[in-house]
Design a protein around this ligand. Sequence first.
Ligand SMILES: C[S@@+](CC[C@H](N)C(=O)[O-])C[C@H]1O[C@@H](n2cnc3c(N)ncnc32)[C@H](O)[C@@H]1O
Length: 322
Amino acid sequence: MSLTLHIGQPGFETFLAKEAGACREKGPGWALSDNASTDLCFSHLSLLEPVEFKAKTGKELACGLAGYFRETSKGVRYDAPWPLCFESAGMEGMTQRRRTVEAEFLEETSHLSRVMRLAEPGRPALGASQGLFVYLPDFDRAFACRQAWAGGQRRMADDAQAPSRSYLKVEEAYLVLGEAPQPGQTVADLGAAPGGWSYSAARRGAKVLAVDNGPLKGGAEGHPDISHCKEDAFKFSPSSAVDWLFCDLLEDPRRTLGLLSHWVKKGWCRMLVANLKFGRNDPLPLLRQALSPREELGSRCSFLKARHLYHDREEITLVGRI
Ligand SMILES: C[S@@+](CC[C@H](N)C(=O)[O-])C[C@H]1O[C@@H](n2cnc3c(N)ncnc32)[C@H](O)[C@@H]1O
């Protein structure tokens, strides 16, 4: 039995708990599981083997956490920056509680000035990392651990020229994939309007074919590197293979999966970013199908991940490399 605390988006904890399995307890934006699984779609950060603290006041919680930090720092060499991450459940008042506990913790550990100067506040980068990770599921509780696994989700900065909020999703998806469109690369953007994803690629110097009957707007409208093709995405075929397939269709997600499979089978793209809108349905069967190595997409991709992004709502985003 290996305890893991998964942190995701508040409101999606039922899916998070179901995906993690062996759920012991859950709350707004978190699920405590007796499984050691990482790299989940709905988890943004997984705290491995967390220790639980309970106390009536923020000061007492901070003292407990500082003691834990000192104890688990014995024999540890701090000669490089390390992540110091404090997060809290999606309940009213918890952000303030977290800030208070974090401030008290920093006060309690201020005598460790050399070590604390190397602390980098905020979520760690994608993958496994060592540091101090603290999560407050409630006012009188905290979990802390020294090892965590991050899925790569994070809040992205908006761009005044971006024609839609969808822009933020594709920008976030690049972090999970580990690469973004480069100057001179080609992109086919299926379901492109009003053009957030097309604009994101064009801004990086890629040549984009934006496929959608709807109009392009904002920074995508009239952009010299974006050609607008008013066609049905399911009937469209590229004149030659492209580097990137973007797909963000308001369609049945299984139909979208079929379209992605068709593209990879034909060899029409090398990388893909696609959004699957699950709406009010349980996304777990869809998720399993999307990633299954027995399905066309899973069998042809050398790298394929699904994430419920920070900027996703009732949808998941797939990133893949053929
Ligand atoms: C969520 S929006 C895409 C937003 C876009 N990625 C952005 O960044 O602005 C979905 C788009 O899918 C388009 N769409 C839905 N079905 C389509 C189809 N069969 N062919 C082409 N476009 C389609 C809609 O017209 C709509 O503009």
